[in-house]
Write a protein that binds this ligand. Structure first.
Ligand code: TEU
Length: 538
């Protein structure tokens, strides 16, 4: 079995502005990350994914870049970045950067030139049309913004402040490849490719039948040719790891991005769960896992995650963040780390941090939520009702500052945090987690250790034994005669799982469980609320 470092890796996502503030300006920064690298390293993770820290007017928290070759002042400077990369490598870890090349900031010199006149040499670096179609963007009612000066509309898949680059233009592509080499030559270990399925646009921009179903923004013809060119001109020349953010794809379409002999990307994030399953739906989740396993296994590599900087913390959205917060956080961790694919940890997940509900829209920062709130209130809807309707899935749920201890502002900053700290920081924080032997933190550490010591957890085949069970999720991983059984009771009450005939004679050894006193009991397992067990079968 061919071993591959990024298949065996566990990735830890750092949303640096909410991680640790080293200079008291209320924003986390790269110096703060350096100071907390030992904490991440002790967890046992292999790769750090760093959200964008390039120069930016910060309208979309760094995903609106105005200079790809400079570090945003809030985050620090290039010297600090170089030291961060060095310190990560010193600890035997790797660092991947966020590559945001579907669009730039409207303050990027390229766009300032492009909008300056219709004859400007960079006019075609962006997408201009005389009249818009009926498309919405991810963040606005229309994907087109009128430019008074030149009398045309420019296209933006996200905010008005994020005009899309025209990837049909060869100069644009070469400029992006040059920039990628700049960072790769520095020694970074790969990229998370932002909104990468949006690079190609359809000829003629035909109107959409249902503008609210925005999948027309993605997977348009030509996207794979761009990725194959990127691979040929840049990616294949480095020993790196690439993961693409690929929304609205089926396993068949997703495979085109990651199939090994297509020379595009190593892995992808698909969003059938996070974008399309607002709350926990066990049967649907199992079907999604089965389809993607059957669609990719042996041909392309998947990723496992249930939250990130765009999606509400998993114990709140897909678990129980109140009565069973610790057990539920551990169960969801077991799920993500034992299903086929590379597992991702979003900062704070490893201590069971939860989502948040702020009382006022003014407490929120996220441009997507603010825009949606304004649009709905402008339609005459009751502001209170609109706020409540947006709170569960607000991206700010996962962006509140990291909770290091029970001191003011959870020890995140000595200043005023850019976003309010979750008021439950006195109970939920790293200091508390490190002091409690059975905390969520130490459970993550054991899970990560298991992955390092057991190739079956990485390369083992997957089989669901519980397709139509509403609460129990039971599946096996198998490799070279090694067979594991994972049993999860995703429910607030006890449930029983009876082993299938084929497993009834197998002896089993508990490798890890989220309840300390598991009593073994023949072929019928009595599972407590949110109980998780990993067995080795003989
Ligand atoms: O997100 C792309 C995006 O649209 C996600 O918000 C979406 O929810 C999803 O999960 C994919 O459909 C990326 C970044 O992650 C996000 O933070 C940026 O706001 C966005 O691109 C624009 O760069």
């Amino acid at each position: 079995m061919k071993r591959t470092w990024w298949k065996e890796a566990v990735v830890y996502q750092v949303y640096w502005r909410s991680f640790f503030d080293s200079n008291g300006d209320g924003y986390g920064d790269l110096e703060g990350l350096i100071q907390k690298l030992d904490y991440i390293h002790d967890l046992g993770v292999d790769v750090i994914w760093l959200n964008p820290c390039y120069e930016s007017p910060d309208k979309d928290n760094g995903y609106d870049i105005s200079d790809y070759y400079r570090i945003m002042d809030k985050a620090g400077d290039m010297e600090t970045f170089d030291r961060l990369l060095h310190e990560v490598h010193q600890r035997g870890m790797k660092l991947i950067m966020d590559l945001v090349v579907n669009h730039t900031s409207d303050q990027h010199p390229w766009f300032i030139e492009s909008r300056s006149s219709k004859d400007n040499p960079k006019r075609d670096w962006y997408i201009w049309r005389d009249k818009p179609n009926n498309w919405r963007s991810y963040f606005t009612p229309s994907a087109w913004e009128y430019d008074e000066k030149t009398g045309q509309y420019y296209f933006h898949s996200f905010a008005v402040e994020q005009p899309d680059l025209n990837w049909e233009n060869k100069e644009v592509r070469e400029e992006i490849y040059k920039m990628m080499r700049f960072w790769l030559d520095k020694g970074i270990d790969g990229f998370r490719l932002d909104a990468i399925a949006l690079l190609a646009k359809p000829d003629g921009f035909p109107d959409a039948e249902n503008p609210y179903d925005i999948r027309y923004l993605t997977n348009n013809p030509g996207v794979h040719e761009y990725l194959q060119e990127m691979h040929d001109k840049v990616l294949k020349h480095y020993d790196i790891f690439t993961v693409g953010e690929v929304a609205f794809v089926s396993p068949e379409e997703g495979l085109k991005y990651v199939e090994e002999d297509r020379n595009e990307l190593h892995t992808l994030f698909h969003f059938e769960v996070c974008d399309e399953m607002p709350t926990w739906d066990p049967i649907r989740f199992k079907q999604i896992q089965k389809r993607w396993y059957e669609g990719l296994w042996g041909k392309g590599w998947n990723s496992q995650f249930l939250n990130n900087h765009d999606h509400t913390r998993q114990v709140t959205r897909y678990g129980n963040d109140k009565q069973f917060r610790v057990e539920s956080a551990k169960l969801l961790a077991t799920l993500v780390h034992t299903l086929p694919g590379t597992p991702y940890i979003y900062q704070g997940e490893e201590i069971g941090m939860t989502g948040v509900k702020f009382d006022s829209i003014d407490d929120y920062n996220d441009i997507a939520m603010k825009n949606k709130y304004a649009e709905e209130v402008a339609k005459g809807r009751d502001p209170k009702e609109v706020l409540e309707s947006l709170q569960l899935l607000s991206r700010d749920n996962s962006r509140t500052p990291m909770q290091w201890d029970d001191s003011e502002h959870a020890g995140f900053t000595t200043g005023t945090p850019w976003l309010k700290v979750n008021p439950n920081y006195k109970e939920i924080n790293v200091k508390q987690a490190l002091a409690a032997p059975n905390s969520v933190y130490y459970y993550y550490k054991k899970l990560i250790q298991l992955r390092k010591q057991n190739p079956v957890m990485v390369y083992g085949t997957f089989r669901d034994l519980s397709e139509n069970e509403p609460y129990i999720y039971a599946y096996t991983r198998e490799l070279d005669g090694v067979r594991w059984l994972i049993v999860l009771n995703h429910c607030d009450s006890d449930n029983v799982y009876t082993l299938p005939e084929e497993l009834s004679s197998a002896s089993r050894r508990l490798l890890l469980g989220n309840y300390i006193d598991v009593k073994e009991e023949g072929t019928t397992l009595h599972m407590r609320p949110h109980e998780a067990r990993i067995y080795a079968l003989q």
